[in-house]
Design a protein around this ligand. Structure first.
Ligand SMILES: Cc1ncc(COP(=O)(O)O)c(C=O)c1O
Length: 386
């Protein structure tokens, strides 16, 4: 047989999904893959039941159903203060995952450089490979996960055409400050670069931190390609609904890429999820309160057990320091943790470009019972000491 594509030869099995399989094998509480174990809002699922009998069941407009885009434009304007034209500035995609891929394909040519902060969400590596771009990594240095503006400037000096900005960040829980975003904006302007933002955790931010939409910074609207998702905001990771918001000339291209990638997001799911996009502020306030509760429950439990970690400012992950356990491999640590302590985590090294193997990632978008069980199991973590 002829060989398969060279481009995808280096793809490995996702470490996160592998840890899920290992957790299942040992009956561990799985805090590796980031999805909630609680239900989406009832209003959305009830609407889905109606849609099952009423439709729509056929293709929607390839760039997204009209009422969905209109509701999304209203919601985004409400939260960011930025007017979005639903006809010319939005493409609805199959999750934030496709949004990022379509954005990358629309912006880069094979061989172009793309700047990525490290640690990073694992898909960005694959997205650059699939689009033929070359990643240039800029470290976010633990424990504060701040970055050196000179290193970022170096990436632009080397010709990076775009920066991927994940804010709030998976896996480190960082919420970029206005000052940091201003530094990025100034460099993007000076070096005429695009900023592809991943803002899927826009509504999961812990006070006093605040999410600032990058496109709202002076001069950034025209160079920002915002990738978003309904997965996290409405607890519907399986519905695969996301979007790109960008200026019309960019969206024009994204529409075409998206059309050939997937044709479109699922019409019945767009229809049902529109109910969520029309929710009042109370929904988002409750979401924040619920996530703050889960975050506090989990991190206070980690503190009581005596574990070291950096408190997340946003998103629903926490990186825990495992230096004291004497493991050389964080992967081996996670495998042993699932087997012996019965909690599933992700080795931090899968998110870092640099040699970092003293961190593991837990996610805490779980019901109280699940988090309490995980903490009860983690109370035995000392037996992992070598
Ligand atoms: C930072 C980040 N971006 C994108 C995604 C994927 O989102 P979606 O389910 O909308 O494809 C995730 C999922 O975990 C994520 O953490």
């Amino acid at each position: 047989m002829r060989e398969l594509s060279k481009r995808t030869e280096c793809f490995t099995d996702s470490v996160i999904r592998r840890m899920t399989r290992i957790s299942n094998r040992y009956g561990a509480v799985n805090l590796s893959q980031g999805f909630p174990d609680f239900d989406p809002p009832r209003e959305i699922t009830e609407r889905l039941s109606q849609v099952a009998s009423e439709g729509p069941h056929q293709y929607a407009l390839t760039w997204g159903a009209q009422n969905f885009r209109e509701a999304l434009a209203r919601k985004q304007e409400h939260f960011s203060g930025m007017k979005v034209n639903p006809d010319t500035e939005i493409v609805v995609t199959c999750g934030g995952t496709e949004a990022m891929m379509a954005a990358m394909m629309s912006v880069t040519n094979p061989g172009d450089k793309v700047a990525i902060f490290s640690p990073f969400y694992e898909n960005y590596g694959a997205d650059t490979i699939l689009s033929g771009a070359t990643p240039v990594y800029i470290p976010l240095v633990p424990p504060s996960f701040s970055f050196d503006a000179n290193l970022l400037e170096d990436a632009f000096r080397q010709g990076a055409k775009a920066l991927i900005l994940c804010n709030p960040s998976n896996p480190c829980g960082k919420v970029f400050t206005l000052e940091e975003l201003q530094v990025i904006a100034e460099l993007a302007q000076r070096y005429d670069a695009y900023v592809i933002t991943d803002e899927v955790y826009e509504h999961i931010v812990y006070a006093p931190h605040k999410h600032i939409y990058f496109a709202t910074l002076p001069g950034m609207r025209e160079r920002t390609i915002e990738c978003g998702s309904l997965s996290k905001t409405y607890s519907i990771t399986g519905w695969r609904l996301g979007y790109v918001i960008a200026p019309p000339q960019v969206i024009d291209r994204v529409k075409k890429v998206h059309d050939f990638l997937t044709v479109g997001a699922a019409a019945p799911l767009m229809e049902a999820a529109t109910v969520g996009l029309n929710f009042e502020d109370a929904y988002y306030n409750e979401l924040q309160a619920h996530y703050t509760h889960m975050k506090n429950l989990f991190v206070n439990g980690l503190k009581d057990i005596g574990l070291n970690f950096v408190e997340p400012q946003g998103a629903y992950y926490v990186l825990v320091d495992i230096s004291e356990y004497g493991y050389e491999s964080d992967l081996k640590f996670c495998e042993d943790l699932a087997e012996k302590v019965k909690v599933g985590a992700v080795p931090g090294s899968s998110f870092f470009k640099e040699e970092v193997n003293h961190l593991i990632r837990f996610h805490f978008a779980k019901r109280d019972e699940t988090l309490n069980q995980a903490l009860q199991n983690l109370a035995d973590i000392r037996k992992m000491k070598r």
